[in-house]
Design a protein around this ligand. Structure first.
Ligand code: 3E9
Ligand code: MG
Ligand code: MG
Ligand code: MG
Length: 365
């Protein structure tokens, strides 16, 4: 355990917002976790204190109460998998066995009537989540949610391979893994359901729109890596986050790694804002809502990240800011030197001479 790392105020150009029902949703999610007995008694006892309902209320501040509640139960369930099996459980060191269990869970998500994992609390919780997803989403959105779970599961198996070998991936591999293993992409279908619309594939799957969603995932997970570094580094097991990757890849100390991670997320944040503004004028009302929900997701994760006891760890307090700043530490328009995502910067017409992306259904920008 090294000296405490002080996190400075982080750049956030997005205003905070919260659903008025946040307190009720926190209480309902605690009851849901108890009904389905998600995680061990000890893990569940911790999760229900972490304001996960409040987090969901920040992600969908104007969403329907039923979907905010569904999202909240789902995020708690995800922590049941991520903490319970991957980071604190034995399966997290056995990628093959973890892949088997996750495939069985996927089958339950896809076919809740399948008589599988009948004594497994996570499977029972997932059946309930799936029924509610199909109540508030279309068949297409439900299928999308199952596919997103699959990509999250695939990435945590990759992460488990590193955990079992005690290795740290390079920055490019870590960036790619982190677009999925932070479980951000599984939340995306619920952003649509929360407002009762379905994005048309020619918009949702347009390269620039997918890139905006990926940028949101990058920012949310880099912010998580910054705010969870204290909990993760001081925990007893293997941990993997952007700061550790930067320390290993560039031989940085934690202070330098923090500075680098902040500059990376600032560059992506400024690009996200520019790309969003560029897409807005030609976007459908649904796409405008979706882009705004991505922004709420980013800001909600920030507000939750600096305040939940999950990260502040009152018994061994993290050194967190209480405010955000309104200017980036790095406003460079140069792409990050990370091949998996450097193409994001090609999407801005005024920044790449002669290149004009607009919303057309060909999937290219
Ligand atoms: C996040 O990474 C793990 C996810 C499974 C948590 C569930 C949260 C969401 C779906 C919303 C996305 C929010 C984030 C990433 C804060 P990690 O580093 O294991 O999370 P931890 O809380 O342990 O730092
Ligand atoms: Mg994790
Ligand atoms: Mg974790
Ligand atoms: Mg973390």
């Amino acid at each position: 355990m090294g000296p405490e790392l002080k996190v400075p105020p982080i750049f956030s150009p997005i205003p905070p917002a919260i659903h008025p029902c946040h307190a009720d949703i926190d209480v309902q999610t605690a009851a849901w976790a108890e009904t389905f007995r998600i995680g061990s008694d000890e893990l569940r006892g911790r999760l229900v204190m972490q304001d996960i309902g409040t987090f969901s209320a920040r992600i969908l501040p104007e969403g329907s109460e039923e979907v905010v509640s569904l999202l909240s139960d789902f995020v708690l369930w995800l922590f049941g998998v991520d903490d319970g099996h991957c980071e604190e459980g034995e399966l997290g060191h056995r990628p093959g066995d973890l892949a088997g269990l996750l495939h069985r869970l996927l089958r339950v998500a896809q076919n809740p009537e399948a008589p599988m994992l009948l004594d497994d609390p996570l499977a029972a919780g997932l059946r309930d989540l799936r029924l509610r997803v199909s109540r508030y989403g279309t068949p297409g959105q439900t299928a999308r949610w199952v596919d997103a779970l699959r990509e999250y599961f695939f990435s945590v198996v990759w992460e488990a391979a590193h955990r079992s070998a005690g290795t740290v991936p390079d920055l490019n591999d870590y960036t790619l893994m982190r677009l999925y293993d932070g479980a951000t992409s599984v939340v995306l279908p619920l952003l649509e359901m929360g407002h009762g619309y379905e994005l048309q594939p020619h918009e949702r799957d347009h390269t620039a729109v997918r890139a905006a969603a990926e940028m949101a995932s990058f920012i949310i997970t880099w912010d998580n890596d910054i705010f969870s570094y204290h909990k993760e580094r001081n925990g007893s097991g293997y941990y993997l986050n952007a700061l550790r990757v930067l320390e290993e890849e560039h031989g940085l100390n934690p202070v330098q790694a923090l500075e680098t991670a902040i500059s990376q997320r600032d560059r992506v944040m400024t690009l996200f804002m520019r790309l969003s503004a560029h897409l807005q004028p030609t976007a459908s009302p649904q796409l405008r809502r979706y882009l705004s929900s991505l922004a709420c997701f980013i800001r909600g994760a920030q507000d939750w990240g600096i305040s939940s006891v999950r990260y502040t760890t009152p018994d061994d307090p993290a050194a967190f800011p209480s405010v955000f700043r309104d200017t980036p530490t790095d406003d460079s328009r140069e792409p990050l030197d990370i091949p998996a995502v450097s193409w994001w910067w090609d999407l801005m017409p005024d920044e790449v001479p002669g290149h004009v992306p607009h919303l057309v259904p060909d999937g290219t920008a």
